[in-house]
Design a protein around this ligand. Structure first.
Ligand code: ZN
Length: 141
């Protein structure tokens, strides 16, 4: 059976250890719950590795917002050619970042767990259709 690719798993916000279980409740733009699950529903990995672990995602989210704001600023200039009004840029950037905020919430946590958590590794034997009790394995080694 083919293993799940890292890029697909990151795009769909799957568990970094098994790449099967959903990290979040609900859809990205749902009006319902949009929280991080406590455990992976497939391999039981605890997503919040230690209390307050996702505070570090604020730094990732900040960097994402700076990059997105810059892209929106350049796009606004290229589309409108505006050199007069700062309000157009302010409205475009703030509105764009508001629309993108659910994505930033999600992907800042995904990037934190996939790229910035050195103790979290992909376990190919957990990437199977049959749910496995991942707690038999030490995920942090
Ligand atoms: Zn998992």
């Amino acid at each position: 059976m083919a293993k799940t690719t890292k890029s697909w798993a990151m795009l769909h916000a799957k568990c970094p250890r098994c790449r099967r279980g959903d990290m979040f409740e609900g859809a990205t733009y749902s009006f319902g719950s949009n929280r991080v699950n406590l455990n992976c529903p497939h391999c039981q990995m605890v997503f919040e590795i230690e209390p307050g672990y996702f505070y570090a995602a604020m730094y990732v989210s900040y960097a994402m917002n700076v990059v997105e704001g810059g892209i929106l600023w350049v796009a606004t200039f290229l589309i409108t050619g505006n050199n007069d009004s700062p309000w157009l840029y302010l409205a475009t950037i703030l509105g764009g970042l508001f629309v993108l905020s659910p994505l930033n919430f999600r992907y800042s946590r995904v990037i934190l767990l996939y790229w910035l958590s050195p103790k979290v590794h992909y376990r190919p034997h957990l990437d199977a259709d049959t749910p496995t009790d991942g707690n038999k394995y030490k995920w942090f080694k």
